[in-house]
Design a protein around this ligand. Structure first.
Ligand SMILES: [Zn+2]
Ligand SMILES: [Zn+2]
Length: 276
């Protein structure tokens, strides 16, 4: 069997392809395949109650068992715990959007599994096993920031649906270390002349709420932010007809709601010149 089974880190496949490639079962976070001598680990951020995460290049993966204390002798926890000596190849996938399995790479234990207190599926505290994993091949793929942002939004929505009690136990017993991972981002090089023009045209007044800028910047100029009515990420132009100057409040509002009525108002304002 070829290294990585022909998969490239960062490649996205569906569940059917995953089963075909690894000859493993169709569900579960740890899928053992005797036919390909592999253990496929799926960290599904759309379903999991766990906070599996990367810290300093190590992926901290919580083992099997949704309720009660977890055991290192249980099912695939054992396979993973013994993966240094049992010759099983371990492959890691992460799921950020339903049914999209992103291949991260072949992994191995980076240290001894350790125990931690985490709430179970019923919100009761129990002891879990966490496996520190690292990539076998250092050349990992940079995932686009966008899918991680979507994952974060999904998690935020899930958290908002919990009862106060459920929320408190999860908040109190979450890991305190901050998850860190490298991602790839796209940045837009904005035209300084267009931005400066939009600010002068606004003349210190937010073009949406029409209130004065809330404070002056360190050079004594009214603090406003430039905004593209049709977002650059949506193919908008970096032109004076598509750029306005907003107070920070209204700027956040445009990115949170992007109401049609607000866009129409801003489009009209973006047609005028500096003299107003
Ligand atoms: Zn405003
Ligand atoms: Zn903006």
């Amino acid at each position: 069997m070829s290294f990585n089974h022909g998969l490239k880190p960062g490649e996205t496949i569906n569940n059917r392809q995953l089963m075909d490639i690894f000859k493993c079962s169709n569900s579960g976070g740890m899928r053992r395949s005797h036919r390909t001598n592999s253990l496929v680990i799926v960290s599904d951020h759309t379903k999991s109650i766990y906070e599996d995460r990367w810290v300093d290049g190590i992926f901290h993966y919580t083992g099997m068992g949704l309720e009660g204390d977890q055991s290192l002798d249980y099912a695939q926890n054992k396979t993973l715990a013994q993966s240094h000596t049992n010759g099983v190849n371990v492959y890691l996938f992460e799921v950020f959007e339903p049914q999209k399995y992103v291949f991260i790479g072949q992994v191995e234990l980076a240290g001894e599994p350790y125990q931690e207190q985490q709430p179970d599926a019923n919100g009761n505290l129990r002891t879990v096993w966490v496996f520190p994993l690292k990539l076998v091949d250092a050349a990992s793929a940079l995932l686009p920031q966008e899918i991680l942002t979507k994952k974060q939004e999904r998690k935020n929505r899930e958290a908002s649906r919990l009862t106060d009690q459920e929320l408190e136990i999860r908040a109190r017993f979450s890991k305190k270390g901050v998850g860190v991972r490298q991602v790839s981002t796209t940045t837009y090089e904005r035209n300084s002349y267009v931005s400066e023009f939009a600010k002068r045209r606004a003349n210190g007044i937010c073009q949406l709420c029409e209130n004065p800028a809330p404070f002056n910047d360190k050079y004594g100029n009214p603090y406003l932010e430039t905004h593209h009515i049709v977002w650059l990420s949506e193919g908008g132009d970096d032109s004076i007809e598509n750029t306005v100057a907003l107070c920070p409040n209204c700027h956040r509002k445009m990115h949170a709601l992007n109401l049609k009525s607000d866009r129409e108002k801003l489009k009209r304002k973006a047609l005028s010149g500096i003299a107003n």
